[in-house]
Write a protein that binds this ligand. Structure first.
Ligand code: NAD
Ligand code: KPL
Length: 294
């Protein structure tokens, strides 16, 4: 049994694609035990209905996928973990950085892994989950206890038929995605436009180079391979062009009135700058501007 904490878009994607009968959502404390029912629209083919039971008291999963938003993850795990055996691997799917380290530091004895995924899922209407973008998922250990379990967990996730790879350097991969999200998401939320539109906007053109200078310095301070600001900008703009018509997750959160993950993207970079004595005025400015949108 694979337990999924966070029955939102990404959690429902995994629940719909993993073998039926082997998945359960983890309830919030006191949540009604009615199974979750929804329609699932795969990338190709007809939609189908999915029913996912809630994990019952005393039921022991062999794997826990955590698909809450970054800001909800610590509290969600504090409520869920007391009833989950300490040997069960925890796989964190959150965007950005900061929440993963919080979890690994809070439960150092548990096997903690992280996944970075480019799959896309959304819920355009109540009761419908859409697999909106075909991507891949990389999974790797965040602590030594998780290391021996990486291949087994990757195999379990691959039973979904989604593309899954074990990753030796998951922190590096999370950083690569963080750089892209730091260069796109806040701009799309502030400018209220699809990803590709930011490239034409004076606000983006004014701040992208100083932002990339900050990120380049932070990569060095974080022990990540150093990349020149120009290379970072090229990478960000390649993704903005490739996903030109997308609404970023951050813009979607603002439009829906949900909290954003800014504190784990540009906000994380600003905090890291403070720790290392690296000035991060652009990350700070973007963080504050997005915080004001909620
Ligand atoms: P979502 O808001 O659709 O789902 C999160 C779910 O967690 C919600 O159903 C919410 O009710 C639930 N939740 C919150 N607090 C909880 C708690 N205490 N206990 C139990 N459940 C709780 O978000 P999402 O789009 O599925 O994204 C989840 C994470 O995955 C985010 O960090 C996001 O950046 C990342 N991600 C999402 C996608 C995607 O395509 N959706 C792709 C890559 C990464
Ligand atoms: O990951 C994304 C997001 O929206 O969070 C990008 C790469 C910007 C695609 O929309």
């Amino acid at each position: 049994m694979i337990a999924i904490l966070g029955a939102g878009s990404l959690g429902r994607l995994w629940a719909a694609t993993l073998p039926a009968g082997q998945v359960a959502f983890v309830p919030r404390p006191g949540q009604a035990p009615e199974p979750a029912r929804y329609r699932f629209q795969p990338l190709v083919g007809e939609s189908f209905s999915v029913t996912v039971p809630w994990l019952q008291r005393g039921q022991s999963p062999e794997l826990l996928l955590v698909t809450t938003k970054a800001g909800d993850t610590l509290e969600a795990l504090k409520a869920a973990l007391p009833s989950i055996a300490s040997s069960i691997p925890i796989v964190l799917f959150q965007n950005g950085l900061g929440s993963q380290q919080q979890v690994a530091a809070t439960w150092p004895q548990r096997p903690v892994l992280a996944a970075s995924t480019t799959e896309g899922a959304n819920r355009p209407e109540q009761g419908l989950t859409v697999h909106a973008g075909c991507g891949a998922t990389w999974v790797g250990a965040l602590n030594p206890t998780g290391q021996p379990l990486v291949n087994r967990v990757a195999q379990q996730l691959a039973e979904s038929r989604l593309e899954v790879h074990p990753e030796q350097d998951i922190l590096g991969r999370l950083w690569q995605k963080l750089v892209i999200n730091a260069g796109i998401n806040a701009f799309t939320a502030i400018l209220d436009c699809p990803n590709g539109e930011i490239l034409k906007q004076p606000f983006y053109q004014q701040w992208i180079d100083p932002l990339c200078v900050e990120i380049s310095r932070l990569l060095g301070a974080a022990g990540q391979p150093k990349q020149a600001p120009e290379a970072l900008r090229d990478g960000i703009e390649a993704v903005a062009r490739r996903t030109a018509t997308n609404t970023s997750s951050m813009r979607a959160d603002v439009l829906a009135g949900r909290p954003t993950e800014i504190d784990f993207i540009n906000g994380y970079l600003a905090r890291l700058g403070q720790q290392h004595g690296i000035a991060t005025p652009v990350n700070q400015m973007l963080t504050e501007r997005v915080q004001q949108l909620n």
